[in-house]
Design a protein. Structure first.
Length: 190
């Protein structure tokens, strides 16, 4: 049973029995439960592998779409837009970008707060949805939350633009045990 505030996900051979038991002690919204469709912003669905096996998966599309809209709204406050198109780089930030060499002006308090807000949005996408494609860039920029520069904020906009171009990533939970030849491992004296 995975619980986060009021969001519950049951992984079981008999999930209905577990939900009925939970319902005895807690109110279930509208008294309804069933196969999951979303959990903490992630889309949940079954997918079929090439082997024919059915597995559960989580995708980032819905969360990323909402995150992009939040950033677009924040940019609109400044009379700006999130730049679209392919841009000059294929990844989340240009390969040559080095925040430690950035000498742009420091952000004012409002933009510093925005910087921390966007970092939080992106970290949720990484930690919950498995968007490891932006992990390095976000981790690198996270260290500047105390005193962000305008260039760092622009780098976050690049990352959001990248997500707008590639909103969908999927994690598949394959519950089968792999066949591993354990004889190739030697016992160690730890």
């Amino acid at each position: 049973v995975l619980v986060y505030v009021d969001d519950v996900l049951v992984v079981s051979n008999a999930p209905e029995d577990v939900m009925k038991e939970i319902g005895k002690g807690f109110e279930i919204k509208n008294g309804e439960y069933g196969p999951p469709m979303s959990y903490l912003g992630a889309g949940i669905s079954k997918v079929q592998l090439s082997t024919g096996q059915e597995c559960w998966s989580m995708d980032s599309k819905k969360y990323v779409k909402a995150a992009i809209q939040v950033v677009r709204d924040l940019l609109a406050e400044d009379g700006r837009e999130l730049k679209g198109g392919r841009g000059e780089h294929a990844g989340p930030t240009p390969i040559s970008y080095r925040p430690e060499l950035d000498t742009t002006s420091m952000c004012d308090e409002g933009h510093s707060s925005r910087y921390r807000q966007i970092i939080g949005i992106l970290r949720w996408a990484i930690e919950l949805l498995g968007r490891i494609d932006i992990l390095t860039e976000v981790a690198m920029l996270s260290q500047y939350q105390a005193s962000p520069r305008q260039g760092y904020l622009e780098a976050l906009y690049w990352i959001v633009n990248y997500l707008s171009r590639f909103p969908m990533q999927r994690l598949i939970v394959n519950h089968t045990r792999p066949d591993i030849d354990e004889s190739v491992f030697t016992d160690g004296d730890w």
